[in-house]
Design a protein around this ligand. Structure first.
Ligand SMILES: Nc1ncnc2c1ncn2[C@@H]1O[C@H](COP(=O)(O)OP(=O)(O)OP(=O)(O)O)[C@@H](O)[C@H]1O
Length: 640
């Protein structure tokens, strides 16, 4: 047995130069040892083992003969094999641009066997890998496992300090655009603008066909200037147009945001022939139709009265299905601002429908519509039938531009957009570790200071009053979880503020207004005007203006109710500290909400060193308690 086992080891050792032989021999060895132990119990097995023994002896003989020869060459061959192995591994190293999934097994083979992450409350959570500049192997693996495309998990990161003067030749801005910037007090373009504008400008100047243009997804902190990053290049491109056609579609989730972006377009289009339309449902459909297409049955070829349309998804659907001559066949830009919110919007299944109108530009219109069906425009439309003139240049490709401070990484949602060679740009703050450094999953304005107070849930109105009094908050927005809470809280705080004598106020007297979607648009506009003038200095509202609203006067944000998601927190606190201005955010956390709040913050790497705890002055709290209870009684009397 002893000698045979020595001999048995020999072939295995000698097999370095002949891999298949090695494995066969090993199989035989395994078989033999099995058969040895089973010999007595099975005659068939013993015959087999005899056969194997003969085979084995032959093999040994052959091996023995070759042994000497191989011995000499063995060293060299082993060396050669080692080199080849090395070479092979080198070739298998992941390359830039290679699909993330292809790269992973090579670098981190073991975790592939790990089970899928368990759904949280029935939903899969999609972590934001984009802010993790150097993806750990675990994160990369998780991204791949969730089907997040390589481009989405590996954004082009730009530091938020990478600004440049508006006259920088990379932007190729016209004297008109530069003059508009000067008029708006803009001499330097912010990082997101400095990153996006050259990409869009180059796409237009390199080729008129724009075949090579890439779709863009842009993630940048709140108040970092994303609006101008698309307004400037779109205006610059379209101002050279000859005939009016609908060429830019800008979709926003709310009416107020649409108004705000329309104002920005109006400002930069002033002095050009460009016409900007608005479709939000603030006026009747007939009025909007008259403004967009004129409703004339004579108009053909999808003629339009506007070059740029700023709209909400709901009203866009109305026009696509009901407005004569309204077509997307000439579209060159499709912007989705607050894209993560829009992608979650299911109103009338708007996203696939717009996509279908773009793909089949001669509208797959409501079959009941009898007139005004837009005919294809032979010169500029994307309609495949309209190849009347062989020399006519092919139509331009639509460029899709997505912007948000909290861009989704849900692969299913992104896939619905059918992006072409997408590029993901993420604006980050390399220098601000602990708050928004490389490992942070959400980025906040560097000029924002954040605080929280731990208080009993039923004493939150009192603590709000305390904050207003002690911190002399003026120019603030207070967010609640519902319209009802906003309404009632506004009543209590206003009653308290009215009862305090004017000369007792330590700072400016608080004048409160409720700002809610229940109010008519005109009333909301009036309140906002008064807030901007300073006649109102505290707006109490639900999440109506939590996203996108740009109001210089907001110096403080108060989260009366704790946000349920980190993105909600990000957008709410982002109403202040905009465009480099200082701002403060305060969150009132009920004792029972503390666990959730801390967990949410910690998971986003936004807890340690990011938020300051407010410790109240007990004497002042007690003084204000009496005033608060008096105000509460007054309000209760009114309601009961
Ligand atoms: N280059 C610039 N220089 C000075 N101010 C600027 C510049 N660009 C934009 N701003 C101003 O910064 C403010 C914020 O811009 P904007 O509303 O586009 O931010 P945003 O990134 O879209 O924020 P949010 O994510 O909250 O929507 C605006 O008041 C705008 O006028």
């Amino acid at each position: 047995m002893g000698s045979s086992s020595k001999e048995e080891r020999k072939p295995a050792g000698a097999a370095a130069s002949a891999k298949p032989k090695k494995s066969k021999t090993r199989e035989k060895e395994a078989d033999r040892s099995d058969s040895d132990s089973d010999k007595a119990s099975s005659p068939k097995k013993s015959t087999k083992s005899k056969k194997r023994k003969v085979d084995e002896d032959e093999t040994k003989e052959r091996k023995h003969k070759k042994d000497k020869k191989e011995k000499d060459g063995k060293k060299d061959k082993k060396e050669k094999d080692r080199k080849e192995d090395k070479k092979e591994k080198k070739h298998k190293k992941p390359k830039d641009g290679e699909a993330l999934e292809d790269q992973l097994p090579e670098t981190t083979p073991e975790p592939l066997a790990q089970p899928e992450p368990a759904p949280v409350d029935g939903l899969l959570r999609f972590p934001d890998f984009s802010r993790q500049h150097h993806l750990s192997s675990e994160s990369a693996l998780e991204a791949a496992r969730m089907g997040i495309p390589h481009w989405l998990a590996h954004p082009a990161t730009v530091d938020r300090n990478a600004t440049a003067p508006v006259t920088d030749p990379r932007f190729a801005l016209s004297p008109h655009a530069i003059a508009c910037c000067e008029k708006a007090g803009i001499s330097t373009l912010f990082a997101v603008q400095a990153a996006v504008i050259p990409i869009l400008r180059t796409a237009h100047t390199l080729s008129r066909l724009r075949r090579h243009v890439r779709d863009l997804c842009v993630s940048a902190p709140t108040g970092s200037g994303k609006t101008l990053a698309f307004v400037l290049p779109i205006v610059e491109k379209l101002r050279q147009r000859l005939v009016v056609r609908l060429r830019a579609l800008v979709v926003l989730p709310t009416k107020d945001l649409a108004h705000q972006v329309k104002e920005c377009f109006d400002f930069f289009c002033a002095g050009t022939d460009l016409r900007v339309g608005l479709a939000t449902g603030d006026v009747s459909l007939a009025k909007e139709q008259a403004a967009l297409t004129g409703q004339s049955p004579d108009l053909t070829g999808g003629s339009s009265l506007v070059d740029i349309l700023v709209c909400t998804p709901g009203r866009l659907m109305d026009h696509l299905t009901l407005t004569a001559n309204f077509t997307l066949q000439h579209l060159e830009f499709w912007v989705m601002d607050e894209a993560d919110r829009l992608l979650g919007e299911t109103y009338q299944d708007w996203l696939p429908k717009v996509q279908s109108f773009i793909e089949a530009p001669v509208s797959p219109r409501d079959p009941t519509a009898t007139s005004g069906i837009p005919t294809p425009d032979a010169c500029t439309s994307r309609d495949p039938e309209s190849k009347l003139d062989l020399l006519a240049r092919p139509p331009p490709r639509i460029q899709k531009l997505l912007f948000s401070a909290t861009l989704t990484q849900d692969p299913a949602k992104i896939a619905r957009l059918k992006l072409v060679r997408p590029l993901y740009i993420s604006i980050t703050d390399e220098g601000k570790k602990g708050q928004s450094g490389p490992s942070a999953t959400y980025t906040f304005p560097s000029t924002l200071t954040e605080h929280y107070a731990s208080c009993p849930v039923d004493e939150k109105p009192l603590w709000l009053i305390y904050l207003l009094w002690e911190l002399r908050i003026s120019g603030g927005v207070c967010f609640t979880k519902s319209l009802e809470t906003a309404h009632r809280l506004a009543q209590v705080v206003q009653t308290w503020a009215t009862n305090v004598p004017d000369d007792a106020w330590p700072g400016a007297k608080i004048v409160v207004a409720e700002y809610s979607s229940d109010l008519p648009a005109t009333e909301r506009a009036r309140i906002m005007r008064l807030f901007k003038q300073g006649s109102i200095n505290l707006l109490i509202c639900s999440d109506l203006i939590a996203r996108g609203m740009d109001v210089d006067q907001i110096a403080s944000v108060i989260n009366y109710d704790v946000p349920t998601h980190m993105s909600q927190y990000t957008h709410r606190v982002g109403r202040t500290a905009r465009a480099g201005r200082q701002g403060s955010a305060y969150t009132l956390v009920g004792a029972s909400q503390m666990f959730h709040f801390k967990k949410m913050m910690t998971e986003s790497q936004h807890w340690e060193g990011c938020l300051n705890l407010i410790k109240p002055r007990k004497d002042l709290l007690e003084t204000l308690r009496t005033q608060y209870q008096a105000a509460l009684e007054t309000v209760n009397e009114i309601y009961n």
